[in-house]
Ligand binder design. Structure first.
Ligand code: SF4
Length: 390
């Protein structure tokens, strides 16, 4: 089965206050070393897979550069990464090749490098079309810059564009959210992602909200009920505009669903390279192997036997659990009958009981011999997924 290749590029121009990714502002002197290490990992991917008893198909049909902000790299570094990737893998001519981008980082040379490297999909971290909201969380772009970048991408022939929005940013109101959602629809892009602000220990803004403080505009963060309202408004508006929800946070016009991200939710094999990157590959004589790379820049740049990747062999029982909690993220849900044919009635017994309880509580619904989250279930999806774990 063809592989999806993910490369994380952890470099950003500034650190957004809500960000909980392994990314940050690093000296440019680290960039060349990072690219060199990533190219070496592409070249060593087959032997790495063998070491861990994993199968790696060198045929690739999706590539995703995320992070971080890959477009902070120099154009020649981007070209080098793609050239080395193509030396190590057979990238299909029709492969989906996505690069995440912060509006304002797409200068002419970077855009030319992306086009020359075969990139055909761009994912923009917009978060808000209201300049004050974007600035409050440390984003460096404005609405005008985003719109100008979209126009330049289209002029360069890249029309498969995703825009990210975040519901629950400081200063957001029902009116300002309505404006951002309308602007997204107005651009005519074929893919939109809508995330609800995560308030947790892993970001500066999250910690400040939890502490009840005022730094990072934390006291202007809408409450949970408002954020849920914003998310529901986005679902309604995007669906009505023909950008149909296909996953908890993702919406697309027909045929523009993210092929790379669908691999995660349907458990197709993918290789992750770079800081905090994860792989899931088929295993010799078993279900699958998950491999997690070090989550610090130094850990990736200067690997030592003291910081090996974390390798987890996925058992058959765990594979069944994953089929539920990943598959249920999708609006198409999962088919218990199909899973029973694949894993057997005995293994499915406890899972069928969980499904029945969730249906009775209005968290899941049955349709056409499949089962999927209800709109209410989507709002508490992590709680629903936990029920499928042993
Ligand atoms: S640009 Fe993205 S990865 Fe970088 S700090 Fe902001 S949210 Fe995090």
């Amino acid at each position: 089965m063809p592989t999806g290749v993910y490369l994380s590029v952890p470099f950003c121009r500034s650190k957004c206050s809500y960000c909980n990714f392994a990314s940050g502002v690093f000296s440019q002197s680290q960039f060349a070393r990072y690219v060199e290490r990533a190219c070496a990992e592409f070249a060593n991917a087959q032997s790495m897979a063998q070491t861990h008893g994993a199968q790696l198909d060198s045929g690739v049909d999706t590539v995703y550069l995320g992070g971080g902000t890959p477009t902070t790299l120099a154009p020649e570094d981007l070209c080098r990464l793609f050239a080395h990737m193509r030396q190590s893998f057979a990238i299909a001519p029709a492969a989906e090749i996505t690069v995440e981008c912060a509006p304002g980082t797409l200068d002419e040379a970077v855009l030319a490098a992306l086009v020359a490297s075969g990139v055909n999909r761009i994912s923009f971290g917009v978060q808000s079309f209201v300049d004050r909201e974007a600035a409050a969380v440390g984003r460096l772009h404005t609405r005008d810059v985003t719109l100008a970048d979209i126009a330049r991408l289209r002029a360069a022939g890249i029309t498969n564009i995703n825009l990210d929005l975040i519901a629950g940013l400081p200063h957001q109101t029902a009116e300002s959210w309505e404006f951002s959602v309308s602007e997204v629809i107005e651009t005519g892009v074929p893919h939109v992602s809508v995330y609800m602000l995560e308030v947790d220990e892993d970001s500066r803004l999250g910690r400040e909200v939890m502490a009840g403080g005022t730094r990072y505009h934390a006291h202007f963060v809408p409450d949970d009920a408002m954020t849920i309202d914003f998310y529901e408004v986005a679902c309604q508006r995007l669906n009505a505009a023909g950008i149909a929800q296909y996953e908890i946070s993702n919406f697309a016009r027909p045929g523009f669903e993210s092929r790379h991200n669908l691999k995660y939710w349907t458990r197709q094999p993918y290789l992750g390279v770079g800081v905090d990157a994860h792989s899931m590959l088929g295993a010799e004589g078993g279900e699958a192997v998950r491999i997690a790379k070090p989550d610090t820049l130094d850990g990736f740049l200067y690997p030592t036997p003291l910081m090996p990747p974390v390798v987890t062999r996925v058992s058959r029982a765990q594979a069944l659990e994953e089929r539920f909690f990943l598959g249920l993220r999708l609006n198409q849900g999962v088919s218990p009958a199909e899973l029973e044919r694949e894993f057997g009635a005995e293994a499915m017994g406890p899972q069928r009981a969980v499904v029945a309880r969730c249906v009775a509580e209005g968290l899941l619904e049955e349709f056409a011999e499949r089962v999927r989250l209800t709109p209410r279930g989507r709002l508490v999806s992590n709680e629903v997924f936990e029920r499928f774990l042993e």
